[in-house]
Design a protein. Structure first.
Length: 79
């Protein structure tokens, strides 16, 4: 489970970096279409991290929040 979380975290970082680069490119461009893309990129740069946080928060509420601790304790008992 820890490996899956790490992979998803790296993917999330790459997506956010891509959004920030797209925002910078759109901000520096003078085309009319880029203004709409800039607004969409800024919106996504704010909404995506908030949604990720909300999903993880709700997941922890539903699962009990101690699933990582329980997995660690179980793996120590097996060793």
């Amino acid at each position: 489970m820890k490996k899956i979380k790490q992979i998803l975290a790296v993917i999330g970082i790459l997506v956010l970096l891509g959004l920030y680069i797209a925002t910078l490119v759109c901000a520096l461009s003078a085309s009319e279409n880029f203004m709409n893309m800039l607004m969409a990129s800024l919106y996504a740069s704010i909404v995506i991290p908030v949604l990720i946080w909300a999903y993880t928060f709700i997941y922890k509420l539903i699962k009990g929040g101690d699933s990582d601790k329980n997995e660690t304790a179980a793996s120590k008992k097996d060793a």
